[in-house]
Structure formats: C-alpha cells, structure tokens
Design a protein around this ligand. Structure first.
Ligand code: PRX
Length: 657
C-alpha cells in the first residue's frame, strides 16, 4: 500500500449504516444481534458449529466428536459422513429448487448457458461416471486447468462426488507452473479445454498441458480429459487424451454421491508463500462445507430470489468457496463470467449485471480502481438498480475506491462487505454482516461469529487499540487448512511458529499486519512477509527471483513490491548479470517474457532494473527494505550501518533506482 493510502485509512472515521429497507429483510438485523451471536459462539464454539452443522447440512452419518484439536492439527466432525456435491445438488432436487437456475454462465464471445439444479446434477453425475471410466477412484488427485466455463464447476463437483480431491490450477499459469503443481499433487488426470477466451484472444490451454507433460515430466498423469470450447486445432495424444464429449456419449447419469469422511481431503490449492515453491493448501470436506455455507448465507444475506455474482476465477480460493461450493450449498443462483473488462468492451461487467438483474456483486479492489479509471459514464449508462449488496476481497481497499463503489455502483443504497480471508482460511473470516454491522471505508470490520481473531505482537500478546501488530486467529475454525500437502513441517513452521505457542495455546499467524480501532474494527494493512499482492494475485518474491535466475543472463535477482495506483502493488526486480551479458532493452524484454513463461502473465515484472551489485548485509542477506524504498522512489531512511558496501546503494540511486 502507498503511504498516502495508509494515511487516508488512518484518518478514516466515516460510518455507514445499512438502510432501514435492507435491515428489515436482513438475516441478522442489528449490531446487538451480531454481538449476541458472536458472544454465544465464543462461549462455546464447538456447540455453535455443531448446531449449525446439524441444521444446515445433510450428513449420511453424524459425527462423534465436533473438534479434535491436536495443535496445530485440527479435525472437525470426526467420523461424520458427508458429501459436498450432495449438499450442493441432490438435496435441492427435493426442496423446491429443482428447476431453479443453479449456474448462469455468460461466456465469450456472446455465448451463454443456464443450468437448473436438476440439469447441473445430471451433468455432474455424468461427468463423475466419466471420471470413473477413466479409472479415477476415491483419493486420486485430479488436476483441473480450465477456462471459466460451466464444465470447470461441473468437474470440481464431479471430483467431490466420487471423493477424488481436485487441484485447480488457474488458467493463466504457465506450463511450467502447471507442471510443478501436477507433480507435487501427484495428479492422475488433468481436465482441461482446447482453449479459453481471454480478452478477445484464445488461451491455448491444451497446448500448455502438452508442454507441461512433455518428456513424461509429470509421470503420475495417465490421462487428459479435454472439453471442446474454442474448437481450434490441437494435438490429441493417442491413448492419453480424450474428448469430454466422446466420453460423455453413453455415460449413465446415475451416480450416487460417495459418503466421504468429514476429514477426507476435498481439494488442494496451491498458493504462494515467502519461501520456496508454492504450497499445496489442503482443505477437507465437512468443516469446509459448513463454513463456506454459513459465511455465504450470512455475509451475502442470501435470499432465494437473489442472482449472485462473484467475479473471481475458479482457479483461486474465492472461486472455489464463493462461486461454486458456498452458493450452491445454499441453493443460490450463482453467475459465472468468462470475460473480463477490456478496451474493446469496458462496460461488460455492467452489461452482465443489467442483463441478469444481478442482486449481489462481489469483486476485487483492483477491479474497482480499474473501473474508476474507465469513468463513471459506463456504469451510469446501465441499469444497476437490481443490486442490493456489494462485496470486495483480495487486498485492502482504499477509502476513495470504497466511496466510488458505494456511490456509483451501489447507488448509495447497497451495503459493502469488505471481506478479509485467505486461501488457507477457506472462507471469509473478518467482514461486516451487512444488515448488522455499520461499515467504515477501508475496514473489514469484525470477525465472523465463531472466529476468534486478534492483533498481537510477536509474543502473542494483544496490542493496544490502534497499535499495529500481526493478525492472528486464536481458535481453530471449521474450514482452516489442515496441512501443506506432503509437508506437515512446513505447515507448522509457516503458520504456527512465528508466534511461539504459550502453554500449549497456538495462534494461527496470517502473515498480515493489522490494527484494531477503538470500536474493535480490524484494519488490515497488507502482508508482513515476502509475499506481494499484485492486482489481488498473491505472489512470493522468491518465486519470481527463482524464475529470473533460471535465465542464463541473470546472476542474482531481488524482487520487491512497489505501490501501484490500480494494482495495489507492482513487481520491481533488481538483477545483476553474468559476466558476458550487458544491460539492454532487448534483454529487459526477454527477462520479463522469461518470467511469464516460468510462472504466468500475472507475475510479469512491471520494472526490471539492472544493477552492478545488490545491497547486502555483511552476512550476505539482501537488504530488501532498501530496495523497497528505492523502488517506491522514496528516500532510503533508517539504519544502513549493516550494509556491507555503501557504494552499492549510491550506484543504485544514480541509476535512477
Ligand atoms: O494480505 C491479505 C489479502 O490477501 C491475502 C490472501 O491472499 P489469497 O490467499 O490469494 O486469498 C485472496 C482471497 C481470499 C491476505 O493475506 N487480503 C485478502 N482479502 C483482504 C486482504 N487484505 C485486506 N483486506 C481484505 N479484504
């Protein structure tokens, strides 16, 4: 975040109350009601979650223990049997929602589809039987590398139905990034499409899969299932690759949901950390189902007539929890959009809202800031009167963007829920409940009932109101990550040991800096580790550095985030070159392209600066703090006495960096 954003957030004290009309119909109607619910949950969290699990979900068999907490390993609803695809589909066939639209899809260019609960159920059952035909069994991991088409959700639900954990890889990741994830998850099958539409061009997804699997680089993968979407020519490897429509012909639509253990793995989702390769965050079935169900219901204040649209991609946790599982578990109508705002169609989001009468809209601050730049005339020219609730996620929202969202998109009548959470938390942790909690622009407000959150110092002691500290969760919650796939030690180190446990009491370390104000409202300030957030996408500086040094010209690389008005942060890389190479514009372009090839376009550095040397301490550690100041164009302040060679800093400055 830029200094000016931090300052404006610190001075922010406006308070916005939901309108009486909103409150009247809201599920939770007042701050007092929220507080009572919160205190009840805090007094006995296990009882709170167990009551909801019983009322809200279908279980094939009830659990015997609500929570088994062997820090830092939690199990929820031990020995309970459940299937999330059953909860998302089958039960809505008999509760009056059979013919209700479950999934509305607006595709590119101009395609669309609407699947009712009965139709979605049928497609999922067929797909699940198709997976079985390919030899996929309970416990086998399945990679999903898809565009934003209904088949992506269908594939996820089909995997869940037969108990095969999915690992969705965002379609914007490169073949290399896909390969690493398939290898780590030991995926047996990859589900993909011939291509997807992205900003008026075709993304050749199947070609990327071919590259990822070339030379048997991911030997666990036995088959590739391809959905025909863009119909361009692609290579089909005999024996390995199958068209989905061929497999579907003659597949039965009868596929009962497999009763899964509550703690059976539902999915792995890779996310970036401050060290090493992306980690496979593991989520399990029962607790995740309950938590995403309850948070969707209360935070989005769902009603049966809502048309709910979350603009995320299913490749991220937001897409998993708040496009697919949470909304469908509640029997909602969820909208999926393949397109993105672009120069040729800058008003497309507002067209979608107008066309489908969207009532709940959930997007990212970076998108809002892009819309601000595009101008008010675009949304103003559309009918957005169907909207009743807005949400944001992914990064801190600056008050100016919040106010614009409130005024221009929300017509000053829609509450805004600013939702703080992470891939690891599985669901939203800190947020307003829109009919109950007055909002302050830039604050995610208060923890969800059942979530015990605090701002602490590195000894785990709560800091005073308005003092900065680390955001921590002090009690397990149902959708918490269970481990890092294949690396329980990394799980322990990353999340549970930054703040040492005291008397057996463990705190979950979120990696975010925050403060709580005098009303107990949380203000999340951003990451405190080497993770940067570029346009709401989470990237590890080390990942980008590894990508850079894998190029023969690069000797050393240091990557930092620089404040950016639209994207929140932008990647700036400082590189030193191997002896025979010298700086040039061509090399600069080549290095940027190299990072795109290694990771994906989301990691393209905004800036690369060539340096003779990097500023290091005497023990050889790169002094990132200095580089961050240089990248932001700020005066380097603070202690530089540990710098090994001061002339390095001087030279970097002279280079304009
Ligand atoms: O830094 C926080 C930021 O996004 C990080 C989590 O990223 P990821 O796992 O990719 O999940 C993003 C979608 C849930 C957090 O550690 N973040 C997310 N939401 C907010 C936020 N920062 C401030 N305010 C938010 N509402």
């Amino acid at each position: 975040m830029s200094q000016s954003t931090i300052e404006s957030i610190l001075q922010e004290n406006r308070l916005f109350h939901p309108s009486p009309a909103f409150v009247e119909k809201a599920r939770i109607k007042s701050l007092d009601e929220y507080k009572q619910l919160y205190e009840k949950a805090k007094a006995d969290p296990q009882r709170f979650w167990a009551d909801l699990a019983e009322q809200e979900l279908h279980w094939f068999q009830k659990w015997d223990t609500v929570l088994d907490w062997q820090p830092p390993f939690a199990q929820w609803f031990v020995n309970g049997k459940i299937n999330i695809s059953y909860n998302c589909l089958d039960r809505h066939l008999t509760n009056g929602r059979r013919d209700k639209p479950a999934l509305i899809w607006e595709g590119e260019p101009g395609d669309s589809r609407c699947l009712t609960y009965a139709q979605l159920h049928q497609e999922v059952c067929q797909f699940a039987n198709g997976l079985k035909q390919l030899g996929i069994k309970k416990g086998d991991r399945v990679g999903i590398y898809m565009p934003m088409i209904p088949e992506a959700a269908i594939a996820m639900l089909a995997c869940a139905r037969i108990g095969a954990p999915h690992s969705v890889v965002f379609g914007g990741f490169s073949a290399e990034a896909l390969r690493d994830r398939l290898i780590d998850a030991e995926a047996k099958l990859v589900i993909t499409a011939d291509g997807g539409w992205r900003k008026d061009a075709i993304v050749p997804l199947k070609d990327q899969v071919d590259k990822a699997l070339a030379d048997n680089a991911a030997p666990s993968v036995q088959n590739v299932l391809v959905v025909k979407r863009t119909a361009q020519n692609i290579h089909m490897e005999p024996g390995r690759d199958h068209w989905w429509h061929d497999l579907q012909a003659g597949v039965s639509a009868d596929c009962p949901a497999e009763p899964m253990d509550s703690e059976d793995m539902l999915f792995i989702l890779y996310t970036s950390g401050s060290t090493g390769k992306p980690k496979g965050v593991v989520h399990t079935t029962g607790g995740y189902n309950l938590y995403t169900h309850m948070t969707t219901q209360w935070i989005f204040d769902l009603r049966d007539e809502d048309v709910y649209w979350c603009t995320a991609d299913v490749g991220w946790i937001t897409g998993h929890s708040y496009i697919v599982y949470g909304p469908l578990s509640n029997g909602a109508t969820t909208l999926m959009y393949e397109g993105a705002p672009r120069a040729s169609n800058p008003g497309c989001f507002w067209d979608v809202i107008q066309k489908y009468r969207v009532s709940i809209f959930y997007t990212a601050p970076t998108a809002i800031r892009t819309f601000i730049k595009m101008g008010e005339q675009l949304p103003k020219a559309r009918d957005l009167s169907s909207l009743r609730l807005l949400g944001t996620v992914g990064e801190p929202i600056n008050p100016e963007a919040w106010m614009w969202y409130h005024r221009v998109i929300g017509g000053e009548r829609c509450p805004i829920v600013d939702t703080w959470w992470q891939t690891e938390t599985g669901g939203i942790m800190i947020t307003a409940l829109p009919g109950a909690i007055p909002t302050k622009p830039g604050s995610a407000t208060l923890p969800f009932p059942g979530v015990l959150a605090d701002v602490v110092d590195l000894d785990g002691n709560p800091v005073k109101p308005n003092e900065g500290g680390y955001l921590a969760i002090t009690y397990p919650w149902p959708s918490m990550l269970r481990t890092v796939y294949g690396d329980p030690d990394r799980f322990r180190r990353t999340y549970w040991e930054h703040i040492p446990p005291k008397d057996g009491h463990y705190l979950y370390f979120a990696g975010d800096g925050a403060r709580k104000d005098e009303d107990g409202y949380f203000w999340v300030m951003g990451r405190v580790d080497d993770v940067i957030n570029v346009a709401g996408h989470r990237l590890g500086t080390m990942e980008v550095e590894s990508a850079l040094v894998s190029h023969p010209a690069v000797a050393e690389a240091a990557v930092v985030g620089k404040p950016d008005e639209v994207k929140g942060q932008e990647i700036v890389a400082f590189v030193t070159l191997e002896g025979t190479y010298s700086p040039s514009d061509e090399l600069l372009k080549e290095l940027k392209q190299h990072v795109v090839q290694e990771i994906g376009a989301i990691a393209r550095p905004g800036e690369i600066r060539f340096a003779d040397a990097l500023p290091k301490t005497r023990s050889g550690k790169i002094m990132r703090r200095l580089l961050r100041s240089l990248a932001a164009g700020e005066e380097v302040s603070g202690d530089v006495s540990t710098l090994e060679d001061r002339s390095v800093l001087e030279k970097l400055r002279q280079r304009g960096g």
